[in-house]
Design a protein around this ligand. Structure first.
Ligand SMILES: Nc1nc2c(c(=O)[nH]1)N[C@H]1C(S)=C(S)[C@@H](COP(=O)(O)OP(=O)(O)OC[C@H]3O[C@@H](n4cnc5c(=O)[nH]c(N)nc54)[C@H](O)[C@@H]3O)O[C@H]1N2
Ligand SMILES: Nc1nc2c(c(=O)[nH]1)N[C@H]1C(S)=C(S)[C@@H](COP(=O)(O)OP(=O)(O)OC[C@H]3O[C@@H](n4cnc5c(=O)[nH]c(N)nc54)[C@H](O)[C@@H]3O)O[C@H]1N2
Ligand code: SF4
Ligand SMILES: [Mo]
Length: 699
């Protein structure tokens, strides 16, 4: 068990501060300073010494003590005492819980370990509490592997195929750009510290363009907003290429030296005159022409792409198309030019040391895609699928709320013959379906080490306070389970702090992490100024031989959505469901002060669409398709474009009007690349509900 290590020698009663890292799934990975008084965390602030954080946290994590000391924190192991999903539990001791879980998992593993499935994502992005001891544990058992696709794998695969890895511009140099395309990103809400650099650029005269179906808070603050239809970004990017070609706004020298497949891409792009893209994207043709001119003639010019635009059928291709744009104009030559989707591929993480895949031995377990967990839990045993899933161990994730097509997810979790263990801070929608809930520590209570997908610093998180109640860190819980099951490998004895040291080995200066809390990776300011892309060809691959070899299109193209508007008269509206500013996925929904800002589950709808349906602002609506029905309040607002409705945030189902959330409507169909979900590729119809049927939220 870990004990807090104050950074300064101080008498117990005097306040001291402890350096940490924000654990949340956010590109900013802020450096935290927690003030501790008498063993209690009294304040969490941004560390002013860390340049990207700059002493500023978002509203969510500024409330961290409220979340940590929340009266509903789970502080003892809980055992189910009512029917599955009833949310009824009885406290039990750790020894009893661990012994029972070890016996149940052991019995399943003895028959077929692949019937056990771990389910986790980025509730904490820490390498220790998110991808170390538990991976060792499941590898040693031979459990099914999990394909962690729920967020970013379409875009990630596209970057790997085009640029060679999840890397790009250094975020700080956006401050020097003259043109910034903020593409599929509500930066003010979900990438605040990038937005601060963009504002610096704006003050220096840069033009900011937001490309987003929703008129987001970020769109409000940009010079221009291009409100395209969801899932049409590749068409827009191809039309931009068309204009770059016909006006010769190209860097021929860069193209000749540092790209592959130019002639083929040129032919493809010439099929996309702006008129064609304007039709597909639903935007004025002039807007496309002007954007192309700006991109072709402004230097330095940069794109901040985010994952919002890849949650559709053609999401991978769309990211491939956008990733071609900086090479065409030679934008990469300047450190303030190019693009950034993710920086995470630059970190030299020693995953083999942390996760120990060698513990699998000769076994090659099947892989379960987390994005289709609904279907997977309902699948019978078969030659193709393998054994029926008998046990699920969930940590750092809330799949009942966040996975698509909740109807099936809930049906799967409700199976009486499924043994479910959930490691959590709170009784989430998923925890309601557990057989055991195990109390996990928060970031203020455990060690961890972090990379970032929005900057290039490594951060160390020291525990600021002792674990609350009987909470144990994820790593500790799997260490304990390994011991109960008699798994003898010495790697199960590594402490959380030892795991921190193993994460980067000698590649990062651990002493520096200990003394200042963060360490910056070294690397060139302009990564691709001289080419050197980490692809097989060493070039920016407009044409990907690897994709072609898999039988895929080697060039990026526009792939229409699975659920294309106009193809099903019953469901004429496209629904997207982007993050709410004051929640982080489904985290923080239960923090009263933040929920008060968000209000209640909300659907944004354009006045024209509302008028056509007799829907009035503030009323209750029924949103439905063949997969389900979801009721919520409606905001009639021009934040929504005509034909598109926005279902914000990922509310806890149990806080919705009918115990559902927006994922009642989303589908389990996958993207073109990366086997990712298509949350924003979803057709619905919306109807007003009679005022008399309006209920108030439970909880
Ligand atoms: N406050 C807050 N911050 C967050 C999160 C959160 O839930 N809340 N989530 C975190 C997570 S998990 C992630 S993955 C990251 C990034 O998460 P993202 O999902 O990229 O989130 P946003 O940056 O909000 O950007 C999404 C934007 O894309 C827009 N969009 C939707 N469909 C399309 C489309 O087809 N094309 C284009 N161009 N735009 C589209 C949406 O309207 C929205 O404004 O943010 C993280 N940060
Ligand atoms: N409709 C729709 N659905 C979406 C999205 C969308 O835009 N629209 N976004 C998708 C995206 S981008 C993502 S990334 C996923 C996110 O899905 P998840 O990764 O499941 O994220 P959260 O909903 O935040 O749930 C994380 C849980 O982990 C818990 N947790 C945090 N730290 C710890 C810890 O140290 N130990 C343990 N045991 N638990 C911890 C938190 O309490 C929280 O309940 O959702 C996806 N779902
Ligand atoms: S959620 Fe993002 S912006 Fe907020 S403190 Fe964490 S890293 Fe920083
Ligand atoms: Mo995500």
């Amino acid at each position: 068990m870990t004990t807090p290590t104050p950074t300064a020698q101080a008498p117990e009663s005097a306040a001291h501060t402890v350096r940490g890292a924000c654990p949340h799934d956010c590109p900013d990975t802020c450096a935290l300073l927690t003030t501790v008084q008498d063993g209690r965390a009294v304040r969490v602030q941004g560390n002013p010494a860390h340049a990207h954080t700059d002493g500023v946290l978002c509203a969510k994590v500024s409330k961290y003590t409220e979340r940590t000391y929340h009266p509903e924190r789970i502080l003892t192991p809980l055992k189910r005492s009512g029917p599955k999903g009833s949310g009824q539990f009885t406290p039990v001791g750790w020894d009893e819980a661990l012994a029972d879980i070890a016996a149940r998992l052991g019995a399943i593993a003895a028959r077929n370990p692949e019937a056990i499935v771990p389910y986790s994502y980025a509730g904490t992005m820490g390498l220790v509490q998110g991808e170390s001891m538990e991976r060792r544990f499941f590898h040693r058992l031979g459990a099914s592997l999990l394909d962690r696709t729920i967020c970013a794998s379409a875009g990630a695969e596209a970057l790997v195929q085009t640029l060679g890895g999840k890397m790009g511009m250094k975020v700080e140099f956006f401050a020097e750009s003259q043109l910034i395309l903020i593409w599929g990103s509500n930066s003010i809400g979900s990438n605040l510290h990038f937005w601060r650099y963009a504002q610096q650029a704006k003050r220096n005269g840069a033009r900011l363009v937001c490309i987003d179906p929703r008129k987001s808070e970020t769109a409000d603050k940009c010079h221009e907003h291009i409100a395209l239809r969801p899932g049409t970004d590749a068409a827009l990017a191809l039309a931009l290429m068309h204009e770059l070609i016909v006006h010769d706004w190209l860097d021929q020298d860069y193209i000749a030296r540092h790209t592959q497949g130019w002639e083929a891409l040129r032919a493809r792009a010439l099929q996309w005159p702006p008129e064609r893209a304007a039709e597909v994207c639903g935007v004025p043709v002039e807007q496309i022409r002007q954007l192309a001119q700006a991109w072709g003639t402004t230097k330095p010019a940069a794109i901040r792409l985010n994952y919002g635009m890849q949650r559709v059928r053609g999401g991978g291709n769309a990211v491939r198309a956008v990733a071609c744009l900086p090479a065409l104009t030679g934008a990469w030559r300047h450190r303030a030019g190019g693009m950034l989707l993710s920086s995470s591929g630059q970190f030299p993480v020693d995953r083999a040391a942390l996760q120990r895949p060698d513990l699998l031995g000769a076994r090659r377990p099947r892989t379960i895609n987390m994005s289709t967990i609904g279907d997977a839990l309902l699948a019978p045993a078969s030659d193709r699928f393998g054994p029926r899933i008998e046990a699920l161990v969930v940590y750092n994730s809330n799949p009942v709320a966040v996975a698509p097509e909740s109807g099936k997810v809930v049906q799967g979790f409700a199976r009486e013959d499924l043994f479910t263990v959930v490691l959590e801070h709170f009784q989430t929608d998923t925890a309601d379906y557990a057989d055991y809930i195990l109390p996990a520590t928060t970031q203020l209570e455990h060690w961890d080490i972090h990379l970032s997908y929005g900057h290039t610093d490594v951060l160390l998180n020291r525990p600021a306070i002792a674990p609350l109640g009987q909470a144990r860190s994820n790593a500790q819980i799997f260490r304990d389970l390994a011991a109960c099951m008699g798994l003898a490998d010495p790697c199960f004895a590594d402490s959380d702090e030892a795991l921190c040291r193993q994460a980067f080995g000698a590649a990062v200066d651990y002493a520096l992490l200990e003394s200042q809390g963060f360490a910056t990776l070294t690397g060139p300011d302009a990564p691709f100024a001289e080419g050197g892309f980490p692809t097989p060809s060493g070039k920016c691959e407009f044409f990907s031989d690897r994709l072609a070899a898999q039988g895929q299109d080697g060039l990026p193209d526009h792939l229409p959505n699975h659920e294309l508007q106009g193809t099903d008269a019953r469901y004429p509206l496209a629904m997207i469901s982007p993050p709410a500013r004051n929640f982080l996925n489904s985290t923080f929904v239960n923090v009263q002060s933040l929920r008060a800002i968000e209000g209640r589950p909300l659907l944004e709808m354009h006045p024209t669409d509302a008028a056509a349906r007799g829907i009035v602002d503030g009323g209750v609506v029924r949103v439905f398709n063949d997969r389900g029905t979801y009721r919520c309040h409606v905001a009639v607002t021009e934040r929504a474009r005509p034909g598109v409705v926005n279902g914000l945030g990922i509310w806890w189902r149990k806080m919705g009007l009918d115990g559902t959330n927006v994922n009642e409507l989303t589908s389990q169909a996958l993207t073109d690349l990366g086997r990712a979900p298509t949350f924003y590729d979803c057709l619905v119809e919306v109807a007003a509900e009679p005022a008399t049927t309006a209920h108030t939220a439970t909880a």
